[in-house]
Design a binder for this molecule. Sequence first.
Ligand code: MG
Length: 359
Amino acid sequence: MNNKLIVLLTFIIACFFGIMPVFAQLGVGWKVHDAKRPKPTIVTPGSESTQEKAGTAPSDAVVLFDGTDLSAWQRFDGSPAAWKVENGYMEVVEGGGSIKTLEGFGDCQIHIEWSTPIMPNASGQGNGNSGIYLMDHYEIQMLNSFENETYADGQAAAVYGQTPPLVNSSRAPRVWQTYDIIFHRPRFSELGNLRKPATVTVFHNGVLVHYNTEFMGPTDWQDRPPYKQHAEKLPIALQDHGNPMRFRNIWVRDLEQYKRPEAPITNIQYLELTEDDLSDYEGTYSNESGFSLTVKERDGQLGLFFGKSKNFKYLIYPITKYQFSAKYVDSTIDFRLSSRGIDGLTWTMGGTEIKADRE
Ligand code: MG
């Protein structure tokens, strides 16, 4: 059961019995600046490509082609990929056939660089045609669309036969171009019905050309077939359309491995203090580094004012008589007690601690 549902049920049950859970707070979601929140995995970025030299992949990517061999690829009949590899790129050769990755991918980020051949006598779909198929079904078209006309939903960066790119940011033949693709696979119910269509975001040479564009189904020539349930991971394919297209620096990052952890459920009981009790804590607390915090009663709780600001920031609630915490910010105040009463505090926020003395 998720946190929101638990809170909702608690609320409904409480209302039914005519009571409201005033003193218990069920923690929902991460607090602002929460020190317990797990930090993201460290990824070393790759290097950018230039026209002369292909860049490198980030450290968490599966490298599909780094300029050396076609070991990540095979023909559709399962035999080894037979495209030409030279000078750091692969090139479609006559009779080579389309190729697909050995490994399957679902939600992913893909980087691929490609260049179209110089074909002065070719036109339309016959000029520098290939394409990248996501999950074997969903094609982002590759074509020479630099001074080469064709139908809009079939030009470079089109979701083929469905949706043209927002703009045409094509480069000339034999100039390296890039696609940076973010793909979300379609979701199907257990019965095989479509729950959520596949979507794609594409940067063509760094220019956004698709933003969460929905696939209407698998892409096809002169057809728009409906979705059919398929596996959660399927190969990425590159089309042999009979033109000597070149590809380099191909890598993919599995986006399904990264889930942001949900906040743990915490049930905090707060003490009830009278206004008289609260006045014991009131005052300004400061230190030599210039830190200053004023604690003032507000709405029957303690409010915090930082520095010289007259703006109240947030309330803190008593967990014990000397420890107070905020509800939505990861902020705790531990009041320091001496024989003269409360004479200082430690403020902990987002994992850092600041000590201050009462003025
Ligand atoms: Mg194509």
